[in-house]
Design a protein around this ligand. Structure first.
Ligand code: T4K
Length: 400
C-alpha cells in the first residue's frame, strides 16, 4: 500500500477517514445576526409574502448587480423555468441538453412540450452548437442553453442559430449566478435567464430562484404569471400560477448578498487547493474555469479517465462514500436515461455519445464555506491513494 498518511480506512476494514459525513452542496450561510434581524422585522411587520418589501429590495439588488432591467424573484428555479417557457410561448419541440439536472427537461414536459435532447461539447460540457442545428425540425420553437457548472454556453453561436431559424433562445443559468461572459454578467443573454438560489447553490434563499430579462413586455408578463395572472385587485388577465418568493427567502438572499464576495473567495481558494493537490494524479482532471471572467467556482468537478487512473468514476465514488466523503455523480444518468424520457425516446442515446461518456466520468466533490483546507487535502489524499493502489481498491470494492 502506498504511503498517504491515511492508513485506517473503512475500505480496509478500519474506520472511515472522516468521522462525520462531508457533503457536496452544504449551504453557505451569511451573517446570522443580520439574518435574524431581518426575520424579526418580517414578524413585526406581519408581511410574509406577496411581493413584500424584502422581495422588492432583493429584486432590485439582483438587477443592479447583474446590470439587467428586470429581476423577478421566484419560489424556485424549476417554477421559474416553467413560467418563462410559458411566457415565451414555447410549444412543440424545444432543444435542451440531456447533460443537465432533470428540472430543465421536466419544465418543458410538464407543459407537454417535447424536450429534444442535444449532445454537448466534451470540452465545455455545454450544448454543442454544431449538433443543435441538426436537431431542428419544423416543430422546433426554441433552444434552452444550460450554463453547466456556471461555465457560459457558446452564447454567440446559439444566438446566431436561433436568429437564423426564428427560434426563442433562453438560458437555464441555475449554476451561473455571479459569472460573466466576455465581461458581461450572465443574466443579460437570450430572451431571459433563470437562476437557482436553492440551498445547495453557493448563494441561496433556502429555496428560490429568479428570472432576469431586459425585455419589458416579457418581464410584465412573467410578473403577472407568477401571481396567478392578477393585474391589480380582482382582475386576472392571464392564466398564471403561484411562483412567489416569500419574505423569509428574500431575507436570506439579502443576507447572502452581503457575503457574496466572501463565498466566492472561499470557493476560489478551495478550487486552487484541489487543483494543486490533484494536478499529478493520473486520470483525474479538474474542470477549468476562465480566470479572465467573473466566476463563482461553486462546483468542484472532476473527470475520471479509467484508462489512466485504473479505477472508474463509480468505484471512486463508492470508495469515497465508504470514507464518509459524499461525492455526487452530477449529472448521472443523463436526462434521456430517466423516465419518462427513457420510455419516450429509447434510442436518444445514439445521438448523445458525448453526454453518455460524460455522465460516466464526471463527479462533484465537496466545496463551499463548510469545507476546510485540511479536509480538501484529506479528500485528495484518498483519491491519490485509490489511483496509486487501483488494483487493490478494485478487489476490495468487489468484496463489499
Ligand atoms: N437547472 C439546473 C441546471 C439545476 O442544477 C437545478 C437544480 C435546477 C435547474 C432547478 O433549480 P431549483 O428548482 O432546485 O431551484 C440538488 C438541488 O436540490 C438542486 O437544486 C440542484 N439543481 C441539483 C444539482 O442538486 P439533489 O437531488 O442532488 O439534492 P440533495 O437533497 O441530494 O442534496 C444535495 C447535497 O446537498 C447532499 O449532499 C446534501 C446537501 N444538502 C442539501 C440540502 C437541501 C445540505 O447539506 N443541506 C441542505 O439543506 O439536487
Amino acid at each position: 500500500m502506498a504511503k498517504s498518511g491515511i492508513t485506517d480506512l473503512a475500505i480496509l476494514g478500519g474506520t472511515p477517514a472522516f468521522p462525520e459525513p462531508l457533503h457536496v452542496g452544504r449551504p453557505n450561510i451569511g451573517n446570522r445576526e443580520s439574518l435574524l434581524h431581518r426575520l424579526n422585522d418580517i414578524l413585526d411587520r406581519r408581511w410574509l409574502t406577496n411581493h413584500g418589501p424584502l422581495v422588492q429590495e432583493f429584486e432590485q439588488q439582483i438587477a443592479d448587480f447583474l446590470g439587467v432591467k428586470h429581476c423577478i424573484a421566484i419560489c424556485n428555479a424549476t417554477i421559474a423555468l416553467e413560467i418563462v417557457i410559458r411566457a415565451l410561448g414555447l410549444h412543440g419541440e424545444v432543444i435542451v441538453p440531456s447533460f443537465t439536472f432533470i428540472a430543465t427537461a421536466h419544465a418543458l414536459q410538464w407543459q407537454e412540450i417535447t424536450p429534444v435532447f442535444c449532445d454537448v461539447d466534451p470540452a465545455t460540457h455545454n450544448l454543442d452548437p454544431s449538433k443543435v442545428e441538426m436537431m431542428i425540425t419544423p416543430r422546433t420553437t426554441g433552444i434552452i442553453g444550460v450554463h453547466v457548472w456556471g461555465r457560459p454556453c457558446a452564447i454567440e453561436s446559439l444566438s446566431e442559430i436561433a436568429t437564423r431559424h426564428g427560434l426563442v433562445l433562453m438560458f437555464d443559468a441555475a449554476h451561473a449566478f455571479g459569472n460573466s461572459y466576455k465581461g458581461r454578467m450572465i443574466g443579460n443573454f437570450g430572451q431571459a435567464e433563470v437562476f437557482s438560489f436553492h440551498a445547495t447553490k453557493f448563494f441561496n434563499t433556502f429555496e428560490g430562484g429568479a428570472v432576469v430579462t431586459n425585455d419589458d413586455e416579457l418581464a410584465t408578463k412573467i410578473r403577472l404569471m407568477t401571481n396567478f395572472g392578477f393585474s391589480g385587485y380582482d382582475n386576472v388577465i392571464y392564466v398564471g400560477t403561484n411562483g412567489k418568493m416569500t419574505e423569509v427567502s428574500a431575507a436570506m438572499g439579502l443576507t447572502g448578498l452581503e457575503s457574496l464576495d466572501e463565498f466566492i473567495a472561499v470557493n476560489s481558494r478551495n478550487y486552487e487547493t484541489y487543483r494543486l493537490e490533484l494536478q499529478n494524479v493520473p486520470g483525474i482532471r479538474l474542470i477549468e474555469y476562465d480566470a479572465t471572467e467573473r466566476c463563482n467556482y461553486q462546483y468542484l468537478i472532476i473527470e475520471v479517465d479509467e484508462t489512466l487512473s485504473g479505477i472508474s468514476r463509480d468505484e471512486l465514488v463508492r470508495m469515497l462514500h465508504a470514507e464518509n466523503v459524499l461525492a455526487r455523480r452530477y449529472f448521472y444518468p443523463g436526462c434521456h436515461e430517466m423516465e419518462p424520457y427513457r420510455s419516450y425516446f429509447p434510442h436518444a442515446g445514439l445521438l448523445l455519445p458525448q453526454t453518455e461518456r460524460l455522465t460516466r466520468r464526471v463527479m462533484s466533490l465537496p466545496t463551499g464555506t463548510a469545507v476546510g483546507k485540511d479536509e480538501i487535502a484529506g479528500v485528495c489524499a484518498l483519491i491519490r491513494l485509490a489511483v496509486e493502489n487501483s488494483r487493490e481498491f478494485k478487489s476490495r470494492l468487489a468484496m463489499l
